[in-house]
Ligand binder design. Structure first.
Ligand code: NAD
Length: 726
């Protein structure tokens, strides 16, 4: 075999080492799946083998599960359903053969076991895991829109009961060895160098080759679906699932179905049920989009796939952050966590110290919760030097400017910092709205001037949007990507435009919420349907979060900049009255569309009814669908415009940026995957209808019409391969 080495000693115990050649980590490739079947057959039929211990030959872990690259490629898959079932069932069949071969098999888990990797161990009769809290045992399939298809839905539930298994199956929650022992998912936790020995001892002394569910007296912990307690779990579970997913995620629903149906039949039938639901889920557009965006593309961008070649790696060791406000303070913290020496500058020493205080607070919390050692905490804080003196910028490899959103203030600090910089250093502005090309006018080295746009809160948000000004060099871009990767965030690269890519598209969600409000829809309907689209919150709630006065100021500025081209909308007056007349700035001052009392949940502001009278207080199913489509398509059509204008050029960046940057409904795989899934022709048709009814903001750009005529997709037309060829 290519992936497994078998060594049988005098004691008759086969030590099986799982080691996929040429890869740093074991995954369940097609060849591995085939060989697990062969392995089961060898163990069963070789008279010299009394039992087996399976361990990994990799230092990186036991097995990371399915090869999502292989799995995600479902083009043409499913045309022949019988063949698809056989392919999908191969893993279950191989695991089951191992489990029912009549000889005891123990798993010696010496590192992480995820997805199919954990399922492999669950098909063994005994599990020993190394005592290392860093080891993760999990079934993370649901996170990328999939269903554990190697027996996980059936074995985990039969081991721990439906209720206890739910968070691991439905949310992909991972367990550490101690937790797994407590749940009885594993049998022993021993020091890392003793896993194989302990597993062997079990095989030799107790070795029982029958899984619990193959015994006559087997009972599902907590009861099966038809028991009194078991049925309760499903009734509650269905309601909770609906509340959390709004029916947008087929994976979670199919997991529930596979468990419900599978627990009522013998194990061999149960795994066939699981495979059917696995395939149904795998072939859904949601799984396709989620695997591509949330796994494959995220991984590629996380390795800097958009980085211009030919520029040597730039190791950023010292960074000056200008402005120690909300953003600057957060940026200083993530930099220090990545080991970067940080000069944190503000107008006064006091303001700079206050900025460092943010990191101090986070470190204190982490240390008190045991998530960070006191030494590490001290080392992190020692890297942040708060000051009001620009002389300290000297020696910085990079500057991040995060002062007030004001051209003059930004120009002033650009000059002060640049006076201290070496020629090789990069200057990045964290502006959220001001075009980079314009800001670069204050710079004497515009080729090294770039937009480095963070998201708030900086320590939690994984995306950084890099914005190329007209003169920004490829070298500055490459260096900025190296920096973003060093602070462990995901970069996307966009070209200069009002609102760049993320703010521009996100803004349309909030604006469409306002359009709905001025159309007379009840605010509760708008936000409820908004959440049901899969967005993290409704558009009015999100508007409160980003601040109404900010959106008001941006509108004023845009009006000034665009002059006659600015289109006044009915909702502008509502915001104007709320901000200017009522001092309602959003969540930050406790007054927006909602009132935010100190204690208790937010409530709708009663005064809103006077500014935006409710004319539509009830909607039927078709009405809900119309709102849903308006909120989602409005964002997607804006993303398409960004492609047409060259603001964004890579579908992967558009999709990853949307989900990570503004929480675009993850089940879609992103706005571009959404359009590709619907098909350009159907999407254009729908947008034309929306444009006729609601206005030109829905009008599809020419690019989409061209794509519709040619039957193209974004991933086909702008895909990575095409880019390389061009
Ligand atoms: P903030 O008001 O919290 O902080 C700005 C800081 O800059 C203040 O501490 C201020 O004292 C300091 N400052 C002003 N003039 C200065 C000068 N001449 N020298 C040194 N320091 C000076 O604002 P913020 O929310 O942190 O935003 C900062 C920048 O980041 C803005 O450009 C904003 O558009 C952008 N941004 C904000 C967000 C967000 O969610 N708040 C997100 C992305 C980008």
């Amino acid at each position: 075999m290519e992936n497994f080495q078998i060594e049988v000693n005098g004691d008759g115990i086969a030590l099986v080492t799982f080691d996929v050649p040429g890869r740093s980590m074991n995954t369940l490739t097609a060849s591995v799946i085939r060989e697990i079947g062969e392995l089961a057959e060898t163990i069963k039929s070789d008279a010299a083998i009394k039992g087996a211990v399976i361990t990994s030959g990799k230092t990186t872990g036991f097995c990371a599960g399915a090869d999502l690259g292989e799995l995600g490629d479902t083009e043409g898959f499913g045309a022949d359903l019988k063949a698809a079932f056989d392919t999908g069932f191969a893993l279950n069949k191989a695991f089951r053969a191992l489990e029912t071969g009549g000889k005891p098999v123990a798993a010696a888990i010496n590192g992480l076991a995820m997805g199919g990797g954990l399922e492999f161990t669950l098909a063994c009769h005994y599990r020993v895991v190394a005592d290392n809290p860093k080891i993760q045992l999990s079934l993370p399939e649901a996170k990328v829109g999939l269903l554990p298809g190697g027996g996980g839905t059936q074995r985990l539930t039969r081991l721990v009961g439906v209720m206890a298994a739910a968070p691991y199956l439905l949310e992909g929650k991972s367990m550490k060895p101690a937790e797994a022992l407590g749940l009885k998912v594993v049998h022993e936790v021993v020091p890392a160098d003793q896993v194989v020995e302990a597993a062997k001892t079990w095989v030799k002394t107790k070795g029982d080759p029958v899984a619990p569910w193959d015994r006559k007296d087997f009972k599902i912990p907590g009861g099966g679906p038809y028991s009194v307690s078991g049925s309760q779990v499903f009734i509650m579970g269905n309601a909770m699932l609906r509340k959390q997913t709004y029916g947008n995620y087929p994976a979670q629903l199919n997991i529930m179905k596979a468990v419900y149906e599978g627990l009522q039949v013998p194990f061999d039938a149960a795994i066939r049920i699981e495979t059917r639901y696995f395939l149904k889920t795998l072939m859904s557009p949601q799984a396709k989009g989620m695997i591509r965006t949330l796994f494959l593309s995220l991984q590629e961008l996380g390795k800097g796939s958009g980085r211009p070649a030919g520029v040597p790696h730039y190791d950023v060791k010292k960074v000056a952050v200008l402005g120690a406000g909300m953003m600057g303070a957060g940026i200083a913290y993530v930099q220090a966590m990545a080991g970067i020496e940080t000069v944190l500058i503000d107008q006064t020493q006091e303001a700079a110290d206050k900025g460092k205080g943010y990191a101090e607070g986070l470190v204190k919390k982490a240390v008190s919760r045991g998530k960070m050692t006191a030494e590490k905490g001290e080392a992190v804080l020692a890297l942040i030097h708060p000051t009001a003196d620009y002389a300290e910028v000297k020696g910085s490899d990079l500057v991040i400017e995060a002062v007030f959103e004001n051209r003059e203030v930004k120009a002033g600090v650009t000059k002060l910092a640049e006076a201290q910089l070496a020629d090789t250093a990069v200057f990045g502005s964290n502006t959220s709205t001001l075009p980079i090309t314009g800001l670069a006018k204050a710079s004497v080295r515009p080729a090294s001037f770039i937009g480095i746009h963070f998201f708030s809160p900086v320590d939690k948000m994984g995306l950084v949007e890099l914005i190329m000004g007209e003169q920004t060099s490829q070298e500055a871009l490459a260096k900025s990507i190296d920096y973003v990767l060093k602070i462990e965030k995901t970069p996307i690269v966009v070209n200069d435009s009002r609102g760049f890519y993320t703010s521009r598209c996100f803004g349309t969600f909030v604006q469409e919420g306002m359009e709905l409000l001025s159309d007379g829809y009840a605010p509760t309907i708008i936000d409820n349907v908004g959440r049901a689209t899969g967005m993290p919150r409704g558009p009015l709630e999100m508007h409160d979060d980003v601040a109404l006065d900010l959106s008001y100021k941006i509108a004023q500025q845009t009006k000034k900049d665009l002059g006659d081209k600015y289109e006044e909308r009915p909702f502008t007056a509502i915001i104007e009255k709320m901000v200017e007349g009522e001092g309602r700035y959003g969540r930050k001052n406790g007054k927006g569309f909602y009132d935010y009392p100190e204690k208790g949940p937010k409530t709708l502001w009663p005064g809103l009814a006077d500014l935006a009278p409710v004319r539509i207080a009830e909607v039927d199913k078709a009405g809900i669908e119309e709102i849903r489509v308006r909120l989602l398509y409005r964002q997607a059509v804006e993303a398409a415009r960004c492609f047409e204008e060259g603001v964004i050029t890579d579908p992967r960046e558009a999709d990853v940026g949307a989900i990570l940057g503004w929480g675009f409904a993850p089940w879609t795989g992103g706005p571009v995957s959404l359009i590709d899934g619907i098909g350009a022709a159907r999407f254009v048709e729908a947008c034309d209808a929306l444009a006729q009814k609601h206005g030109a903001r829905f009008a599809p750009p020419q690019l989409l019409r061209d794509m519709a005529a040619k039957g193209e997709t974004f991933y086909g037309r702008f895909g990575v391969k095409e880019k390389a060829a061009a």
